[in-house]
Design a protein around this ligand. Sequence first.
Ligand code: PMP
Length: 443
Amino acid sequence: ADAPADGWDATSDDAFAHAQAVIPGGVNSPVRAFGSVGGTPRFIASASGPYLTDVDGREYVDLVMSWGPALLGHARPEVVAAVQEAAARGLGFGAPTTTEVELVDEIRRRVPAAERVRLVSTGTEAAMTAVRLARGATGRDTVIKFAGCYHGHVDGLLASAGSGVATLALPGSAGVTAATAAETIVLPYNDLDAVEAAFAEHGDTIAAVITEAAPANMGVVPPLPGFNAGLRRITAEHGALLVQDEVLTGFRVGPGGWWGLEGSVEGWAPDLLMFGKVVGGGLPVAAVAGRADVMDLLAPLGPVYQAGTLSGNPVATAAGLATLRLADADAYAHVDAASTYLRRAVAGALVEAGVPHALQWAGNLFSIVFGEQAAAEGARDYAAVQASEHWRYAPFFHALLDAGVYAPPSAFEAWFVSAAHDEAALGRVVEALPAAARAAAEA
Ligand code: PMP
């Protein structure tokens, strides 16, 4: 039966059963389907601060936070007010607005390497545009990406991708032409020797190296010290561009994203950056940014075409601007402290239950890698994460969910906290952890 026309008082079970008949897999983005942890996804009715409420009336401490955007917590009143005010002035005009320029100025203030910024609606679009720009700027075709990094569902970047591709253990995607796949070289993460070797062999055909600034789509696998700086050096030596994907890390791990924690300290900058998630405060805004001479190749100034009906949408940019303006030093300090507290609590519970693991973190993002090998040496790349005891995650996740804690529904995703995660919310997670750790131990 179809959903009733007005007011659908469904349970999550009913909603998912019907959704599966009308939406592939019942979800509009694969990781939402609980594919690797099993069970019925929760249909969410509302969210506030650190809490989600599902249609069944159950409340959860949220550790996904919309997969990153909700840095300040859900439905922060000032952000909701900014959205309501913008919406009342009109939902979109297909003509420029001053809000877009204000948002871009805020991005440039935080990340000076973003000399020019083009707003788009999703991280996928930002990746598409960055790759096209790199090809347009260099006249070369090949792109290097790293196994386990995710840059959206761009045809050429799905090979050995993280996020849902990792969760569902897919090699890539059907529907990508062999010709497109052949234009991507996939290398192991954190392996500068492999990058040197690829450039030695194919250097004059490589347009760009694209990498997550700190990968968090194969779980969190932080860059080894000097890895990003090494990519900067090698790409510059060979006339290729360095594209740092900060869709997930940007404006989340600190005011200047991962670059603010690393590049700004070490004194290097990428040619192009990608932003998303926090930059839209929960609405669809993403961005490609970088060197003026490269960015100015975009239409209407240059020959690299890119466009979007919804790009720079006034309601979405109002949400992003309000979010960034509230994301001050105090907010980041709170998110960092909450993340550290939680990370230690998770590690403590797992140690107590005798579960070998590594707690891997990059800034305020973290994830668990289960197993003796990870405990001994950590996981530096996708192969190590895949070789881990990731099957311990499903029972761990469900024990948390049963106790009212909504952790990421995949071992290959980062955990997210927000400026709204207070003692009460974190306390509920800490209470739920021992039973979850025991469930992981018994798996
Ligand atoms: N890059 C990274 C690092 C991401 O984490 C994501 C989304 N999780 C994307 C790109 C794609 O962004 P979107 O889902 O908005 O297309």
